[in-house]
Design a protein around this ligand. Structure first.
Ligand SMILES: [Zn+2]
Ligand SMILES: [Zn+2]
Length: 204
């Protein structure tokens, strides 16, 4: 048996694909303007600095600087002359003026690339999940407090409510109480159903 597999000839298309394929582009790569974006910026500037509208353009400037993770996306590009470029990098106020302009044109997060947006949406989804969990906790707590209130036949004291809150501190305790009393969350939607269950529980 041959120790080495014969090297397979790759088609020119495949070779091209491998050349362009980057598995995990580094932050630096993601901040570079790729060829097609750079070309579009140059074509649209049509040889004139987009900052002063007078001198020849010479640089593709990152409106949100690379050092602040401004990506190499079209929305973050500005063709500028050398003087304007130096000025933009020396004067934070001027830099901010252009950041505001691009926010107006392309939205608050104009400098993000696709990967950033994925991350942004993942975080948003995680935050939404936490809100739902919190609502569920509140709902179960609410139901349990009404059970104990009915049990006692009086309003609970602040101290007692605090104690219940302490009791239900963890997810496990929450689940235990929820299953024990078969509480349906959210409580607003299942109010009558929960009430019946509580009454049944107390009657037995
Ligand atoms: Zn200029
Ligand atoms: Zn620049």
């Amino acid at each position: 048996m041959a120790l080495r597999r014969k090297k397979k000839e790759l088609s020119p298309q495949k070779l091209e694909l491998f050349r362009n394929y980057k598995k995990n582009p580094s932050a630096a790569d993601r901040n570079d303007f790729p060829g097609d974006v750079a070309e579009r910026l140059i074509v649209e500037a049509n040889g004139v600095c987009q900052c002063c509208d007078q001198r020849r353009d010479a640089h593709s400037h990152h409106v949100m600087p690379r050092a602040r993770n401004g990506r190499g996306v079209y929305e973050n590009g500005l063709r500028v002359c050398t003087d304007c470029h130096d000025w933009l990098h020396a004067d934070e106020e001027n830099l901010q003026v252009w950041i505001s302009k691009h926010m107006d044109m392309y939205g608050t997060n104009f400098w993000l690339d696709e990967k950033d947006w994925d991350e942004f949406h993942r975080r948003e989804a995680a935050a939404a999940k936490i809100v739902i969990q919190e609502q569920r906790r509140e709902s179960i707590k609410h139901s349990f407090i009404s059970i104990v209130t009915m049990w006692q036949g009086r309003e609970l004291k602040k101290k007692e409510v605090k104690l219940i809150e302490k009791l239900l501190a963890g997810e496990r305790e929450m689940d235990l109480i929820k299953n024990l009393f078969d509480i349906k969350a959210p409580i607003e939607e299942h109010h009558d159903e929960n009430q019946t269950r509580i009454e049944e529980f107390l009657a037995n």
